[in-house]
Design a protein around this ligand. Structure first.
Ligand SMILES: [Zn+2]
Length: 318
């Protein structure tokens, strides 16, 4: 039983860990760039999702963010639209600025720097997806597309037959798709379930920074920015940077969720979370919140708490 239905984009585990670490430690330049890259990609997927939500396609079978096994490797899919007769594979790119194509190579117009040809990744995903579908006994044709979602993306010298949708073409493309969408059948729903069942939570190719509990800055991170919260009233916290207020209970539980994802092998105890949150003075408050939201385990004197699965998989909307 999985809690993630893949009905909207979610942050990858890798992105979440990076975002939790960023305010708590100094990231190297490349690590910061990687975080920006992951976050920008996520925002692009969210934008594509929002565009689909504005059309009637939102009521059809669309899956987001799948990480699928394939022989000895894995592949990641941004979005799938599943019909009985066809599967649309969407790879969303949030590139910004001007690019040009020369033969099969892609370049940034401003600098002339070559970038990785995104069509190669699309071809790979298409190939692995076809293999997987065949393995599951489905003979459904795949129609792959790269969706360039950023309004300021321009591509020069692109041949017309490439499987790419430019920002200015997206509306028409979605309208056309919607106009020909067939009714949903039971077979389609079965295919959807198969994708969800085979989804992997953790990629073998995460590029995470090295981090240690003792060296991380403690405290409660603001849900709106990268600032830290401090006590405001006896029930509320306030952000030192942006002024956002939050009640203590949700502040603590967000921090527990961070702790559980960053340190899956450490026990969640009142003392530990008290230390992790740092700015909540009363241990009793922490203990009460943990007892409300988590399942206690262990001997009474050494009570620790087991996170329910949702705590680790809930996604923040921003
Ligand atoms: Zn803030």
């Amino acid at each position: 039983m999985t809690t993630n239905r893949h009905d909207k984009p979610t942050k990858s585990r890798e992105l979440q860990i990076f975002q939790y670490l960023h305010p708590r430690m100094k990231l190297a330049t490349e690590e910061k760039q990687h975080l920006d890259y992951l976050y920008k990609g996520y925002l692009g997927e969210l934008e594509f999702y929002n565009r689909l939500q504005q059309t009637e396609l939102k009521n059809h079978l669309i899956l987001y963010d799948l990480l699928l096994p394939s022989n000895h490797t894995e592949f990641q899919i941004d979005s799938l639209l599943i019909w009985q007769t066809r599967i649309f594979l969407f790879e969303v790119k949030n590139f910004e600025g001007e690019f040009y194509l020369e033969q099969d190579n892609w370049y940034v117009a401003l600098t002339g720097k070559e970038i990785k040809n995104p069509l190669l990744q699309l071809r790979r995903s298409e190939f692995l997806l076809r293999q997987l579908l065949q393995k599951w006994g489905h003979d459904i044709p795949i129609e792959p597309y790269i969706i360039f979602i950023h309004p300021e993306f321009t591509l020069y010298q692109a041949p017309q037959n490439l499987p790419i949708i430019l920002p200015t073409q997206l509306n028409r493309f979605l309208k056309k798709l919607h106009a020909s969408t067939p009714v949903i059948t039971r077979k389609q729903k079965r295919v959807v379930d198969q994708f969800i069942v085979h989804h992997k939570e953790q990629s073998a190719y995460e590029q995470l920074p090295q981090y240690e509990y003792d060296k991380l800055k403690k405290g409660i991170i603001c849900p709106s920015c990268t600032g830290f919260l401090k006590p405001f009233t006896y029930k509320k916290m306030i952000c030192e940077t942006c002024g956002r207020q939050e009640n203590i209970e949700s502040s603590v539980m967000r921090s527990v969720k961070e702790f559980a994802l960053l340190f899956p092998h450490r026990k969640i105890t009142t003392s530990r979370i008290h230390e992790w949150c740092e700015t909540i003075y009363s241990k009793k408050t922490i203990q009460k919140i943990l007892a409300t939201h988590l399942t206690p385990a262990g001997e009474k004197r050494y009570t620790f708490y087991l996170p329910k699965k949702e705590i680790i998989t809930i996604n923040n909307p921003d």
